[in-house]
Ligand binder design. Structure first.
Ligand code: ADP
Ligand code: ZN
Length: 297
């Protein structure tokens, strides 16, 4: 999917990586953030995956130019605090082989002096949507992905929220419906929001992938109940101006109106929020890589 770039009108470039649990996107951009070329490939073991990313930059960087900085939005949990020794490392992930993987070394070995900025994939996606997407012109918003797992990035007063680690919105504890006897998909907490409402949870509970469940299937009633509860918790804790719900599962266009309606009922319209308070992303699958470019900038 990648193509060699031959233009030579600029001699420094930015690199960006969105490292997801199932796929990696790499891009080369101008210092102004314009994407020149990008590629995607599956996430395999850390060594071969990171080497493939290094090769992408080596092969596609225009002649006589250099990569000055690299922004990486990664799946988590990951060390994202530059002041800590675990900066740039994948932490306690159930993803085979990745715990302790160092995301910085393969790139600084190949490109000495490269400046690297690392954050979570969802924080990067939040930044991307803030630049030119669903949160353009807002200073406080939340980006949630409902994909294989659930994750979220939070921007408040134009700052990405990070503390001891980074927010782990997928692991928020949530009230499980009495009618729902499914044990939950999270290997750590069973029935946290990721355990109850991720794509993997849908698949395990109903025995079918989310994309194959028809709109009238009872899965969607339950799914929208859980996601509306999540939105209520986020609203009560963070008071964002908008909540953006992305990820594969949200591609079911009947799901958003169900969530919006249930959120209003659950929260008893307590906050008097605008109709477009809960929406889907505007940048589609590009939010994360655009945010990673922003990290590099
Ligand atoms: P990932 O989370 O792996 O990075 P995605 O955001 O694409 O990637 O999420 C994958 C999950 O979304 C899977 O559980 C899959 O079943 C579900 N999914 C993918 N496409 C759709 C769709 N069109 N409708 C509903 N669910 C989908
Ligand atoms: Zn959990």
């Amino acid at each position: 999917m990648s193509s060699k770039v031959t233009t030579q009108n600029k001699n420094t470039y930015l690199g960006a990586i969105e490292a997801g649990g199932t796929k990696i996107i790499c891009a080369i951009a101008t210092p102004q953030g314009e994407i020149l070329t990008q590629t995607r490939f599956p996430t395999c073991d850390p060594e071969s995956t990171l080497q493939e990313a290094v090769h992408f930059f080596q092969k596609n960087l225009p002649l006589d130019s250099s990569l000055t900085s690299l922004g990486i939005g990664t799946f988590g949990p990951a060390g994202v605090n530059p002041a800590l020794p675990n900066y740039g490392e994948i932490l306690a992930t159930p993803k085979q082989g990745w715990q302790g993987a160092n995301l910085i070394k393969p790139f600084t070995n190949a490109f000495p002096g490269l400046k690297i900025t690392i954050d979570t994939d969802v924080n990067a996606a939040a930044l991307g949507e803030g630049i030119n997407g669903a949160a353009k012109d807002l200073d406080s918003y939340v980006y949630i992905t409902i994909g294989t797992g659930i994750g979220g990035g939070v921007v408040i007063n134009n700052q990405i929220i990070k503390g001891h680690l980074h927010p782990e919105i997928g692991h928020i504890s949530i009230h499980q419906e009495k009618s729902d006897t499914y044990t939950g998909a999270c290997p750590f907490h069973a029935n946290c929001i990721e355990g109850l409402a991720s794509g993997e949870a849908i698949f395990q509970r109903w025995g079918q992938k989310a994309e194959n469940l028809p709109p009238e299937h009872p899965a969607w009633e339950l799914q929208s109940t859980y996601l509306a509860s999540l939105c209520q918790t986020l609203t009560a804790v963070l008071s964002p101006q908008r909540i953006i719900l992305g990820g594969g599962v949200m591609q079911q266009s009947h799901l958003l109106p169900l969530i919006q309606q249930k959120f209003l009922t659950k929260s008893a319209n307590y906050w008097q929020l605008p109709p477009d308070y809960i929406i889907t992303p505007k940048l589609g699958t590009q939010s994360g890589i655009i945010g990673a470019i922003q990290l590099a900038m």
